[in-house]
Design a protein around this ligand. Sequence first.
Ligand SMILES: Cc1cc2nc3c(=O)[nH]c(=O)nc-3n(C[C@H](O)[C@H](O)[C@H](O)COP(=O)(O)OP(=O)(O)OC[C@H]3O[C@@H](n4cnc5c(N)ncnc54)[C@H](O)[C@@H]3O)c2cc1C
Length: 522
Amino acid sequence: MPSIYFTEEHDSFRAAVRRFVEEEVAPHADEWEAARAIPRDVFRRMAELGFLGICFPDAYGGADADIFFAIAFLEELARSRMGGFCAAVSVQEFMATQHIFRQGSEELKRRYLTPSITGQLVGALAITEPDTGSDVAAIRTRAVRDGDVYVVSGAKTFITNGADGDFCTLAVKTLPDAGVEGVSLLAVDLKAPGVSVTRRLSKMGWHSSDTAELLFEEARVPVSQRIGEENMGFYYLMEAFQLERLAGAAIAVGSAVLCLETTTAYLKTRQAFGKPLSRFQVLTHRLAGLAAELEAARQLTYQAAWLLQNGHDPVRECSMAKLVATELGKRVSDDCLQCFGGYGFMEEYPISRFYRDARAATIVAGTSEIMREIIARIMIEGEQPGRGRASAGVSEGRSCPVEPAVRAAIPQVPEKTVEGLMRSLPGRIRSEKVAGWRACFHFRLKDSDHPDWTVRIEEGMCAVEEGLQGSPDCLVQMKAETFLGIETGATNPQVAFMMGKVKVSDVGQMMRYVKAFRPIFT
Ligand SMILES: Cc1cc2nc3c(=O)[nH]c(=O)nc-3n(C[C@H](O)[C@H](O)[C@H](O)COP(=O)(O)OP(=O)(O)OC[C@H]3O[C@@H](n4cnc5c(N)ncnc54)[C@H](O)[C@@H]3O)c2cc1C
């Protein structure tokens, strides 16, 4: 059917992926599931076909394609009939390497990103620990600075590609007591001294993917292996979660489509009471209802992808797509298994694998409870702002000088208005925190009589002027009420950011900004 999201090019790409998966992957499903592993050759073959760098730039060996090529790819991966295969590939392309691409140095990109796109390296993303999964800020794996290395100690669990992979993007605590502000990301070789696989975990599904428990015993990781800035890891993870959720939704949609196709075909061939099962309305209506819900989940996934592609911040839509598609995936596989009767319960029928594999999807990449929590917070605390382009008008890496003439007067007790609070900033600057830092911020505050502001920091001082002046290093967008809440201490800035209520074009600059001012009324 024609689609507003997919062009003929997307359709041809989808057909190529389907051909590859049906001819070169699916026939090996039983073998790889039994071996609990995916042969390395498959990653190399996928790289040859251009499948492992779909959205990465040409400069790193990627195809520089838009997100709908990735969505088509993920949906078609499901035709492997192995949740484990989908997991291994999507972790490699849409999770482990994403951070290296977004925040990593050129050296890290050369060392890990390009070889991952060419299929020479396989990556993992290691966040979850034996004592914490959903609560990312509570991780305890420590990285202690010792000269130009970090000494890493701790344990990770449930890590996809952890046993057979080559490297991991590892979440560590660099400030143990700082909660979300103490998390950093490191690229770590899985064969490095001090890093070991303590167990390959035995699972109810996803058999072909390896899931490992990892131990770090004073592993010495060069500081140059840090991905982005120190203590910024939590924010990097939050930013990337939208793509991770979207990948989970797309795979769930693809799996459910195949599950329904397989079951519809079975109903036409299996006879009971002298007629094919497809003549029993109770069964066909059940499948029809699921097909309708699946179409809704699919369109929601596409809409979330479109928003992400177009520079919006679709926390709500990506969370909804992940929730709806993966929960539906469980129901589809359950109802389809029922249609197969006793055969559905037999290992030799693929439907039992669909059923087992669908179960993991509502746990990984953020559980359904966490998705509901995010959606509920957005419902209760209001519509997310920042639906314009993420970085319109922003020239990265450039700052504008502070003009002495525009240095604002400093009221002693600021009025709790946008203007009052903005004009109080120069009096609240912590000169010791901003020494040597030069930056220009543009604020766009929706629903305010004074929506646009420029804040410049230079030589330990701050200047504020109304309107958008010069080229900013960071564009900050939020509703005026969110700004007032943050500035008066009523709203936690980190929570507001995580919920998509604050949109920034450069998270690193914004983190420095937050620490640069004394709170008011203290
Ligand atoms: C097959 C598989 C592969 C995985 N691969 C990876 C990987 O590659 N890398 C990685 O880092 N992790 C991976 N994980 C881990 C996965 O991300 C976590 O299991 C998941 O985030 C949940 O964390 P947890 O298991 O610690 O559960 P917990 O966080 O302990 O949660 C237990 C239950 O409590 C609920 N809960 C927790 N907090 C709240 C709350 N605030 N409100 C309501 N309910 C709540 C949860 O939804 C869940 O139902 C994988 C897991 C599996 C099963």
